[in-house]
Structure formats: structure tokens, C-alpha cells
Write a protein that binds this ligand. Structure first.
Ligand SMILES: Cc1ncc(COP(=O)(O)O)c(C=O)c1O
Length: 493
């Protein structure tokens, strides 16, 4: 019976992590769906019934259900209840806990398909304190957001239901352009903004239109796996270029593999967190000019800057229109919204809009209209302000907890911005074994070496502070620090 399963899972999670009740219920429901205890399309008991069966307050149940709705696991139908979304992925029977990359009969895949599913894959879908890349969506003003969406659906005229040929809803493109001009020093007109379904689509569009099959793309090493996947999928040859504390550092050997594209995360290198220095930015622009290459600037988390001077975009320094700037609403709103943007240099705007229309058939205009109003009415700024405050506190608590393990060769990088930091460890440490050992305590962190394409010299832990509530960060942070200390003292695996 569902309530028995949920109670058992909640007890387990409560004992393991002392998660707040709404988080326990959220996690238990999520697992019930992923493990097919709750089937696709199945109706959830009402929040009143669930509260009664589980002996919880109705607010706790509603908070968990809201979070799952925001993330797309549940769908609400007015007057009829809440249902499990048909598209929730299921774990293969007998495969144990949830995995994001189920075993695939690879013999039936193309060579590209095999590479895509076997190399540099997204890690397990386990959501736990410190999992990098996971934000806390519970403070998101869901009721207001639903109201705005309903309003725009009511006002929607037939054109809004069609594909869109103009690069997105005009007021949204204007709002994005205003934000980028003021806060990111991007030089642009609204006409240069193309609304995409996120960074992945922005990258694929650039790869398809700016490079040919087999052309070389320079990718930071270590790298964001999502970018590497987009380039693999479009048939480009990935050439890893090492990153140091000033960002990407191409050397003479790299010049022997001239790039057509250069992918970078200059304001907060993913995952080391390095900020690209001004001399390095100027060098990179000069290198791109020399090779007649395009730069793809992924500015994925610049909304959350906690210390140090504000970092402007690389695009703002570009004088000859070689930088494509991209951003996402995944971190500030929620990933399931699937909305991002690409700023295209003026001479290529018409070609990009045409290709975006032909390749991707973009739409979702009522959603874009709701988002434009959300920004224009100041709700975006308030949501951002609230989130910044909350993440700043979590970040401070984590830094505090990690202090005892820091030393000459164990240090933190990338804590000035974003929702993760990197605990750097000396090279002999087996960071994968350490991450596994930490996982046994119910904490998920990622080994830095897992993000490396060619390098073998980088070791560390990539630690997210976006997901766990403040009280938990301190306690689990101490647990994490103790595990690191013990592991390194015992010889580091
Ligand atoms: C480096 C980087 N870029 C982009 C994204 C977000 O991409 P999307 O807009 O596809 O959600 C992430 C998400 O974690 C990221 O780490």
C-alpha cells in the first residue's frame, strides 16, 4: 500500500539524514514514482487524505507536492486532482536504486549513439545533500506562477499556439536584453536574443551552424559534461584544453589543433569555479581571432555572486563579434521550465532564427509570455534576491564546516559564485573512492576527476550547497569534513 511504502521510506530518510518532513515526503514520493510504486498517469490521493494517512500536516504534504509539480513529476488537473506525469523515467526492474543511464543494448546503436551513452554520462539521479547542480525550488512562488500561466492561457490567441519564427516572445526577449545589458555588460539589442529550450539547445544550434562534422571544438578540461555531449552529438572533434586558476590556458600544443569553436565558462568555470582573468580573456579573444574561431560563452550561474568583484561577461570585451553568449533560467527558476537564451552576433541573427525555426520548431509562447510578465512585474528580481540570501547562508555554513580539513594542499576553489564549490585535494588522493565512501553516509558529492577529459592531475570533490536546507548543511558538512580527514589520514585510498 502506498502510505506504508511512503512511511517506510520517510523513516529511513529521517533516520539517515534528518531531512525536514516535507523533504522526506518529497523524496519518498519521487522514489515511489521512479520505482513504479506509483504508476504513470496514476492519480495521487488528495493532500488531505495523504496528510491523514501519514499523520502529517496538510502544509507539509502540499509543500512536497508543489515541489514535485515544479520539477514536472506531477501534473495538476483543475477540479480532478494530481497525477503522475507519464514521462517520469522508471528504474529497470531489479536495477536497484534510481539511475539516470539505464543499461542499453549498445549493439543496436550507431557509433555516435554508443559514444553518447557510454562516455562522460550524467551521474546518478540521486538527490541528496551536496549533490552538485541541484537547487532548492521550494521557495519558488508557485501559486503566483500558476496564476500568471493561467492568465496567459486565458488570453492566448491562436498565433500564440503556433510555432514561433521570430526567436521567441518579443517582450521576453526585451526583458532578457535589458537584464543582460545592465547586469552582465553584454552589448546587444533585443533582436539578437533567441529564446531556446536551455543551454543544451543553444550549444547544439551553435555547433550545427558554425562548424562542420569533424571540426575541432576546444573544451575546458575539466568540463561540463552537457557541453561535451552536445558537441559529440553534432559530430565535432573535442579537444580538451586545461584550465588553471585563471581559466582556460591554451598552450603551443593546442594551436596544432586549430579550433572552429571554443567553449568556455569564464565567470565560474564548471566545475573548478575559476574566474577567467582579464589578461586570459584578452588572450582568448586574440587566439579566437587568430584561428578565425567562434567563442561560446556559457554564463550558467552568474546570478549568484557572493563575494569578490562583479564579473562582467567575456562578450562585453569582444570587439569583433566572435562571442555567442548563452544563459539559462534553470538555476533561478527551475530546470523543468526548459527556457534559456542565446545572444547571436548581429550579422548572423537572421540565419540563426531561420535555422532555429527549421531545426527545433520552437513554441511555448504562453509560457514565455508568463515569464516575461514575471520579470517585468519584478517577481524575478524578488525571487532572485530571496534565493541569493538563502544560498549565501548555506554557502557560509558549508565553508565553515570544511575549515578544519583545509591546509597547504587541500583548499577550496570557486566558492565566490554559483551553487557549488570545489574542495581541491592533493593528486595522490583517490577522489572517486572518497566520494563512494561519502555516499555510504547518505551524502552525494562528485569526484573532480570524473569531470576531466584528458587530465589525470586533478583531484577533489565538487560539492553543491543549493539543495540541502541550512540546518542540515552545517551538520552534514561536519560529517563530510570528518570523512575527508579520515580518508586522507589513512593514506587516501
Ligand atoms: C556549465 C553549465 N551550463 C549550463 C547548465 C544548465 O543548462 P540547461 O539550460 O540546459 O538546464 C548547467 C547546469 O547544471 C551547467 O552546469
Amino acid at each position: 500500500m502506498l502510505s506504508e511504502y511512503l512511511l517506510a521510506e520517510m523513516n529511513r530518510l529521517g533516520a539517515q539524514d534528518a531531512l525536514p518532513l516535507h523533504r522526506q515526503l518529497y523524496e519518498a514520493l519521487r522514489r515511489a514514482m521512479l520505482e513504479s510504486k506509483l504508476g504513470a498517469g496514476e492519480r495521487l490521493p488528495s493532500s488531505r487524505d495523504l496528510a491523514q494517512d501519514l499523520n502529517l500536516s496538510r502544509n507539509t504534504v502540499v509543500a512536497a507536492i508543489n515541489q514535485l509539480s515544479v520539477e514536472g513529476y506531477l501534473l495538476s488537473r483543475v477540479g480532478s486532482g494530481t497525477y503522475v506525469n507519464d514521462s517520469v523515467p522508471r528504474a529497470t526492474p531489479g536495477a536497484g536504486r534510481i539511475r539516470s543511464a539505464p543499461a542499453t543494448p549498445t549493439g543496436r546503436l550507431s557509433q555516435r549513439g554508443q559514444a553518447l551513452t557510454q562516455r562522460f554520462c550524467a551521474t546518478e539521479l540521486e538527490v541528496q545533500p551536496f549533490t552538485p547542480g541541484i537547487a532548492d525550488f521550494s521557495p519558488f512562488p508557485l501559486t503566483l506562477w500558476q496564476r500568471l500561466q493561467n492568465k496567459h492561457w486565458r488570453m492566448t490567441y491562436p498565433d500564440m499556439l503556433d510555432y514561433n519564427t521570430s526567436g521567441g516572445y518579443a517582450p521576453l526577449r526585451r526583458a532578457i536584453a535589458d537584464y543582460l545589458r545592465v547586469f552582465r555588460s553584454v552589448q546587444l539589442d533585443a533582436d539578437q536574443v533567441i529564446v531556446t529550450s536551455g543551454t543544451q539547445q543553444s550549444l547544439e544550434l551553435c555547433a550545427r551552424l558554425l562548424a562542420d562534422h569533424g571540426d575541432t571544438v576546444w573544451v575546458e578540461d575539466p568540463a561540463y559534461w552537457g557541453a561535451a555531449k552536445a558537441f559529440m552529438a553534432t559530430g565535432l572533434a573535442i579537444h580538451p584544453v586545461p584550465v588553471d586558476e585563471e581559466g582556460i590556458r591554451p598552450g603551443p600544443a593546442d594551436a596544432a589543433r586549430p579550433p572552429r569553436l571554443i567553449y568556455v565558462t569564464p565567470s565560474h568555470q564548471y566545475p573548478t569555479g575559476a574566474v577567467m582573468s582579464l589578461p586570459r580573456r584578452q588572450q582568448l579573444l586574440a587566439t579566437a581571432r587568430e584561428h578565425n574561431a567562434w567563442i561560446l560563452e556559457d554564463d550558467y550561474d552568474s546570478e549568484y555572486r557572493f563575494s569578490g568583484p562583479p564579473i562582467s561577461s567575456l562578450e562585453g570585451l569582444d570587439t569583433d563579434g566572435r562571442v555567442f553568449y548563452m544563459g539559462t533560467f534553470s538555476k533561478v527558476l527551475y530546470p523543468g521550465i526548459k527556457l534559456g537564451y542565446l545572444v547571436v552576433p548581429k550579422p548572423l541573427v537572421a540565419a540563426f532564427k531561420q535555422a532555429h525555426y527549421d531545426l527545433n520548431r520552437p513554441g511555448q509562447m504562453p509560457l514565455q509570455a508568463a515569464l516575461a510578465e514575471f520579470i517585468e512585474m519584478g517577481h524575478f528580481s524578488s525571487a532572485l534576491r530571496r534565493a541569493r540570501q538563502s544560498y549565501a547562508e548555506r554557502r557560509a555554513a558549508l565553508l565553515d564546516a570544511l575549515k578544519p580539513v583545509l591546509g597547504d594542499d587541500t583548499y577550496i576553489s570557486g566558492a565566490e559564485q554559483g551553487l557549488h564549490l570545489c574542495l581541491r585535494l592533493p593528486a595522490p588522493v583517490d577522489d572517486r573512492a572518497l566520494a563512494q565512501q561519502i555516499a555510504q553516509q547518505g551524502l552525494t558529492v562528485r569526484p573532480l576527476s570524473a569531470y576531466c577529459l584528458a587530465r589525470r592531475d586533478l583531484k577533489g570533490l565538487v560539492i553543491g550547497y543549493g539543495y540541502a536546507p541550512l540546518a542540515q548543511i552545517g551538520r552534514c558538512g561536519q560529517q563530510l569534513a570528518a570523512a575527508v580527514r579520515q580518508f586522507t589520514a589513512s593514506g587516501g585510498g
